[in-house]
Design a protein around this ligand. Sequence first.
Ligand SMILES: *Cc1c(COP(=O)(O)O)cnc(C)c1O
Length: 237
Amino acid sequence: MHPYEQRLADNLPDVLARVDAAKSRGRFGQAVRLVAVTKGHSVDAVRAAVAAGLTDCGENRVQELADKVDALGRRSVTWHLIGHLQRNKVRKAIELFEFVHSIDSPRLARELSKEAVAAGIIVRGLIQVNASGEVAKGGIDAAGDTDVAIAAVREIIDLPNLEIGGLMTMAPFVAEESVLRATFRRTRELLERSAAAIPAFTGRELSMGMSNDFEIAIEEGSTMIRLGTILFGERTK
Ligand SMILES: *Cc1c(COP(=O)(O)O)cnc(C)c1O
């Protein structure tokens, strides 16, 4: 057995049990989709994920995604782009992923929309929000004025050939539970308020939670968790 397969055989059942336990502690009764974050790992990690029954893989760089798609094919798994996307890589990227979690500005959304129209496709994704107030973090500011945030969401929702499935956030990496919880809650509240204010916004996905905070994220309503380290170990590149 490949080391990645061994690791998943050892760890995945426990991770899935923790997901279920967190769901039952929460009050949302939501389905939770697991995106296996294979960035920094070889294509063998993707193969091991597939062998373990996982269907969704996440990458944060366009070139690394392109390399894996080259090796394994576009349809090997459902590919998610989860990292910051530079506008000059949009045209290439939309041919590779099924779902982009990191639409972090109206400017990037306009570029995605433009290229989607040109290619005659619908691009599906999530609006990334910064709900922690950290200055270095990308995304629509969800920690400040709600009306300003909703206006940005509305601008993105109105763009052609973009299908916005909901919101994504990243919590501060090292933080107390109360800070993590507040970050996820703020994201959920922005989704609820945006949906109430914008009838055309029908997406209800919340991509929240990584290896160190996925249980809290699920308790706060996450429908998609992005797990790397806990599944595949420390990244090597
Ligand atoms: C790397 C990454 C993850 C996975 O992080 P782990 O802590 O390894 O689970 C999740 N989301 C995003 C946006 C990432 O860049």
